[in-house]
Design a protein around this ligand. Structure first.
Ligand code: PLP
Length: 375
């Protein structure tokens, strides 16, 4: 019987793959598994780097939530991205949105360009830019939407359509949206990537990543092989924590979005704010597209402080309830002067502050920002 999203999440971890009698799943710490002298592993398990009950369970869950046929869990979102790029061949050309997560851009610049990939960093908000960047050796288009931290929206229907016509693979980093708000595989993308460190884990207490595939094809088998032999896999405990986080994903996301909308509206009317970057505001250039491909605009937002870098840093220093910290998607609200973290080469504006809006009372969050924005 097919189940709806809330039901899948709420029951996550129940009746774990192991047939144990617990209502919630147990943690299987064993690194190796008994098998008899015939050489056949009778339980299906061999060695924990290859697979273990907690990982298998959470992979099945992620595949269900993203409408995929299979999922592979990794030790971080970056490890998941790394496996995708490693599955290509030197000489292949990759197109990525030029405002993608700084760590993914750095991985390409510092590791995969020297390794032999050709990479174009492109403004993918304009469909024409994608068309003009495609070359005969283009093997992959990597894209985030909404983007981190500028909250640009890229038309995933148009992107997938252009790529499919030319047999170019597409990977969508769905970390900001979560499967609750957006399902790129249903739009036609080949693979969805997540930093499960964020909303899926949901409590800022695990580091993880995942890839979810539309089809179990040869390319996917190669990625699976890389997962097994390169070994960037999550621990059983992290898989267990991720499963536990997913149990409350749906109601958490509802409240995250509700709070983010309230905070965005407050910032939008504040005289010390130059501009709010949030796809839930009708003034956002990606508003219509976001409405088409997302169920709600998410809970990440950025804003530009009037003045410049020093004014933005002053605001960041003045908040009391928001915590100055990187990362996102936990129950607690975080705030960050993003350019300081990304470094001087980053395309992020100097006066941009990024918020991960948490689950506190929206009034308290707004009062904190209002006090910090007062000169
Ligand atoms: N993708 C996005 C959009 C992110 O924000 C991050 C981390 O902040 C990553 C990927 C990388 O994930 P991780 O930190 O789990 O390696």
């Amino acid at each position: 019987m097919s189940q709806n999203f809330n039901t899948i999440c709420a029951q996550a971890g129940h009746a774990a793959a192991t047939n144990d009698p617990d209502v919630t799943s147990s943690i299987h710490l064993s690194t190796t598994f008994h098998y008899d002298a015939t050489g056949e592993p009778p339980t299906g398990w061999l060695y924990s780097r290859e697979n273990n009950p907690n990982r298998k369970h959470v992979e099945g869950l992620l595949a269900q939530l993203e409408h995929g046929t299979d999922a592979a869990a990794f030790s971080s979102g970056s490890a998941a991205a790394h496996a995708v790029f490693l599955s290509l061949s030197p000489g292949d050309h990759v197109i990525i949105n030029n405002d993608a997560y700084a760590g993914t851009r750095l991985m390409l610049k510092d590791v995969f360009i020297p390794w032999g990939l050709e990479v174009s960093f492109v403004d993918l908000t304009d469909r024409a830019n994608l068309q003009s960047s495609i070359k005969t050796n283009t093997a992959l288009v990597w894209c985030e939407s909404p983007t981190n931290p500028q909250l640009n929206i890229i038309d995933l229907y148009a992107l997938v359509d252009s790529c499919a016509k030319r047999r170019i693979r597409t990977v969508i980093d769905n970390t900001f949206a979560t499967p609750f708000l957006q399902n790129p595989l249903l739009i036609g993308a080949d693979i969805v990537m997540h930093s499960t460190t964020k909303y899926l884990g949901g409590h800022s207490d695990l580091t993880g990543g995942a890839l979810i595939t539309k089809e179990k094809n040869e390319w996917w088998e190669k990625i699976r092989h890389i997962q097994h032999i390169c070994g960037s896999v999550p621990s059983p405990f992290d898989c267990w924590l991720l499963t536990r986080g997913i149990r409350s994903l749906a109601p958490r996301m509802k409240l995250h979005v509700e709070n983010a909308r309230a905070v965005a509206e407050f910032l939008n009317s504040n005289p010390s704010v130059e501009r709010v970057l949030y796809p839930g505001l009708s003034t956002h250039p990606g508003y219509e597209i976001a409405n088409k491909q997302m169920r709600a605009p998410g809970a990440m937002l950025s804003f530009l402080v009037k003045g410049g870098k020093d004014d933005a840093i002053r605001v960041a220093k003045s908040v009391k309830l928001f915590t100055n910290a990187t990362s996102l998607g936990g129950t607690e609200s975080l705030l960050e002067h993003r350019k300081t973290v990304e470094g001087p080469d980053s395309p992020t504006p100097d006066n941009l502050i990024r918020l991960s809006v948490g689950l506190e009372d929206a009034v308290d969050l707004i009062n904190d920002l209002a006090a910090a924005l007062k000169k």
